[in-house]
Design a protein around this ligand. Structure first.
Ligand code: IMP
Length: 215
């Protein structure tokens, strides 16, 4: 596996991998994910910010595999709840909570609140085995409804109303969501300068044979 032509996505989610692979079509890079490798220890995501957790995932995996690695960390921050569920978005209603249980808890915690402002946040981190990393981040503002609407998407999509579309994220297609979502915007920002990212990876990768003195 050529470390200068491989980008590992620190996920086992085939949807996420596909999205990034499609986004980077045309670049001389092969996108892999954790399922392309043997068993890898779990990263402990105990950071207090999205940036910290994204960096933990990318740098840990990159060190283990010796390959440039991209990870993302995202979640929902609700104004009236002082930013909760935030980094705890996936397990807001408990360790193995389902999406429906998380949404239900959110609606319960917001019951009676007039302030329904919320934002999805996404941080993308690309790290190399030395520990250096690049970061991209984006947000998407919306409003939390009082009852879920729509069947698409995942997580908090059915309760996240996006005023510009007059619909929840669970009532729009994957393509529509990707155009405006926190993750879509952060990923496109990265793609817009992916030539520079590849150059950065090249300069950062600790390879003995990179600058050969031999004829
Ligand atoms: P992850 O960092 O992408 O795994 O996201 C963590 C959690 O944040 C997910 O389990 C969801 O609960 C929530 N989340 C992140 N992005 C979205 C989204 O686009 N829609 C709905 N929920 C999301």
């Amino acid at each position: 596996m050529d470390p200068l032509k491989t980008l590992v996505i620190a996920t086992r989610n085939p949807g996420k991998t596909k999205e990034i692979r499609e986004l980077l079509t045309g670049y001389p890079i092969t996108v892999k994910n954790l399922d392309d490798f043997g068993p890898i220890p779990e990263v402990i995501e105990d950071g207090e910010r999205f940036e910290e957790n994204a960096y933990k995932k990318s740098s840990f995996t990159s060190r283990i595999l010796g390959l440039p690695t991209l990870s993302d960390d995202s979640g929902l921050c609700v104004e009236a709840l002082d930013g909760a569920p935030g980094i705890y978005s996936a397990r807001y209603a408990g360790e193995n909570a389902t999406d429906a249980q998380n949404c239900e808890k959110l609606l319960k915690d917001l019951k009676g609140s007039k302030n329904r402002n919320a934002a999805f946040h996404c941080v993308i981190s690309i790290a190399v085995p030395t520990g250096a990393a690049l970061t991209y981040e984006s947000t998407c503002q919306g409003v939390i409804l009082e009852t879920p609407r729509g069947e698409n998407g995942f997580g908090y999509d059915p309760v996240f109303f996006f005023p510009e579309f007059n619909k929840t994220f669970a009532e729009i297609s994957r393509e529509e969501k990707s155009r405006v979502s926190h993750r879509g915007k952060a990923l496109r920002e990265m793609r817009e300068e992916f030539d520079k990212v590849m150059k950065w990876i090249y300069l950062q990768m600790p390879l003995d044979d990179k600058f050969s003195c031999e004829e």
